[in-house]
Design a protein around this ligand. Structure first.
Ligand SMILES: *[C@@H]1O[C@H](CO)[C@@H](O)[C@H](O)[C@H]1NC(C)=O
Ligand SMILES: *[C@@H]1O[C@H](CO)[C@@H](O)[C@H](O)[C@H]1NC(C)=O
Ligand SMILES: *[C@@H]1O[C@H](CO)[C@@H](O)[C@H](O)[C@H]1NC(C)=O
Ligand SMILES: *[C@@H]1O[C@H](CO)[C@@H](O)[C@H](O)[C@H]1NC(C)=O
Ligand SMILES: *[C@@H]1O[C@H](CO)[C@@H](O)[C@H](O)[C@H]1NC(C)=O
Ligand SMILES: *[C@@H]1O[C@H](CO)[C@@H](O)[C@H](O)[C@H]1NC(C)=O
Length: 354
């Protein structure tokens, strides 16, 4: 027992020591400001000049797999792309301002393994803030994006799949599109996605299996749209063998205002959401449409658009939807009747269920 406590204390200390951008001795650094930037690798200068992006890329290109770059300087990369290759660790300690390079990410890592971005602060209006595909063992740490448009983090649709992706705390403000949009991931672990004043979804999962998500928290997400703080679409959670055995686990979804709270659509499912806390959503607090094996195990809805089970004719009807929920100041409607729906409802909401 004592040994266990000493070990946890030591581990806690180690994680505190490392919980800082630019801690220890990174292999390369980017320093400077305004129109003067320097990239150094150890004691050698690998870039000196006015181009912030070039300084960052030179630092990244100077290190080997397993090594780390810390970008201390703040600056603007313009409508350009920083590329991170396999095994490299990228820390954005300053604020990286970006602009819109059509169809591209401000920072990309494509067809790579073992890339880590433990810290990043980004501002501006990117097409995609971070863009990925074909990654293995990607780790994103504390990512803060204060945007004036664009999409925060995107895993591409029509490209190589990803496996074993981890994200710690992703905070996105002001994206015009989604805060985080995934496609084609097997093995996703997210601690928190915090979305504020975002145009479309907070967290949008598509063709993603074996996912664990702690918290999705949205405020004013997708206002005036059918998007949601937490949306699952395009066969999300469908296992490789076609079935929907549970493989997506979400601890909590919190949503205030905006468009929808929770939205499952287009043959998605295989999901358990332990708890929701939804209020004043402008569109459906919850909409489940052509989804399979979806459980919401508890929580509350107060006001907002109706809690609805629906179906479009192009896909098979809902089945195996189990919902335990308190709904107040709202209504609950199941139309058409799903196959094996199990409601355990409380609260004052009007009910029109099967
Ligand atoms: C990624 O790999 C795929 C093949 O798996 C290839 O078609 C594509 O061009 C690669 N993209 C990059 C940027 O390397
Ligand atoms: C990002 O936005 C948050 C919340 O509005 C603010 O506290 C923080 O200072 C902003 N950071 C940057 C770099 O703009
Ligand atoms: C980025 O530029 C493209 C092409 O000019 C445009 O279609 C798109 O709306 C722009 N995106 C943002 C976020 O401004
Ligand atoms: C739903 O997922 C659970 C957990 O994997 C599984 O036991 C159950 O059979 C699934 N139900 C259906 C109908 O797919
Ligand atoms: C219904 O909404 C009102 C405010 O709009 C709130 O005061 C009340 O507590 C809500 N009722 C329940 C049962 O939550
Ligand atoms: C419906 O769900 C409740 C709560 O999870 C459970 O106790 C009950 O057995 C379920 N009913 C059926 C018919 O499966």
């Amino acid at each position: 027992m004592t040994r266990f406590f000493i070990l946890t204390a030591v581990l806690a200390l180690v994680s505190v020591v490392h919980a800082q951008c630019d801690s220890g001795t990174p292999h390369a650094r980017v320093t400077g400001s305004g129109s003067s930037f320097t990239a150094t690798r150890g004691s050698s200068t690998v870039y000196s000049g006015s181009d912030y992006r070039a300084a960052i890329q030179a630092a990244l290109d100077s290190i080997d797999s397993g090594q780390r770059v810390s970008v201390i300087a703040s600056g603007s990369i313009g409508a350009n792309t920083i590329t991170i290759s396999s095994g490299k660790i990228f820390e954005g300690c300053g604020t990286i301002n970006v602009a819109n390079r059509s169809g591209r990410g401000a920072i990309e890592s494509l067809n790579t393994s073992d890339v880590q971005i433990p810290y990043l602060t980004m501002t501006g209006n990117p097409y995609f803030g971070l863009r990925f595909y074909g990654t293995r063992n990607l780790v994103l740490g504390r990512i803060t994006m204060n945007l004036s448009g664009g999409l925060g983090i995107r895993f591409d649709r029509d490209a190589a799949a990803n496996s074993n992706v981890k994200m710690d705390v992703i905070s996105v403000t002001g994206a015009g599109s989604h805060a985080v949009e995934t496609w084609n991931i097997d093995g996703l672990n997210i601690n928190q996605v915090i979305a504020r004043n975002v145009g479309e979804s907070g967290l949008l999962l598509q063709k993603t299996v074996n996912a664990q998500v702690g918290l999705v928290d949205g405020n004013n997400v997708g206002t005036g749209t059918g998007y949601a703080t937490f949306r699952m679409a395009n066969n999300n959670g469908q296992n490789a063998n076609g079935n929907y055995n549970t493989n997506v686990y979400v601890d909590k979804v919190v949503s205030r205002g905006g468009g929808r709270g929770v939205f499952c659509v287009s043959q998605s499912g295989g999901v358990v959401i332990e708890s929701v806390d939804l209020a004043s959503n402008g569109n459906n607090a919850i909409l489940i449409e052509n989804c399979y094996n979806v459980s919401i195990r508890g929580g509350t809805v107060n006001g907002g658009g109706e809690v609805r089970l629906a179906a479009r004719s192009e896909f098979p009807n809902n089945r195996d939807i189990w919902i335990t929920l308190t709904v107040n100041n709202n209504s609950v409607r199941e139309s058409p009747c799903g196959d094996n729906t199990n409601w355990t409802l409380s609260g004052n909401a009007a009910r029109d269920i099967c």
